[in-house]
Design a protein around this ligand. Sequence first.
Ligand SMILES: [Zn+2]
Ligand SMILES: [Zn+2]
Length: 118
Amino acid sequence: MRCFYHRDVEAVATCKSCGRGLCPDCAHDVGNGLACVNRCEAEVLALNRIIARNKTAYEKTSGAYNRTALFYAAVGAVFFAGGLANWRGFGWVLVPAGVIFFLSAYVHYSTGRRFRGE
Ligand SMILES: [Zn+2]
Ligand SMILES: [Zn+2]
């Protein structure tokens, strides 16, 4: 591929924004990607910002799902143990409730994994 702006020069990179071939003189490294010099820097910077923001949003969502999963698992454990200890009283109600909390914990945990891309 040749540089889009210098047809006789071999391209060494492509612009992250417009995808044109760039020679060393035309490629401007804006941090996390190359842009056409004096042309696409702003677009590539904006693009990088959007990607970075999405990444933190995903990590935050994943963390929230994990905390909810932990909470459900803890409540499930309390219900389950309390239910077994009071089986002759109202324990038979608590044990299935504990199982349901465990299932919710698992669902939240696996949803959080999806957000992390695992
Ligand atoms: Zn460009
Ligand atoms: Zn060039």
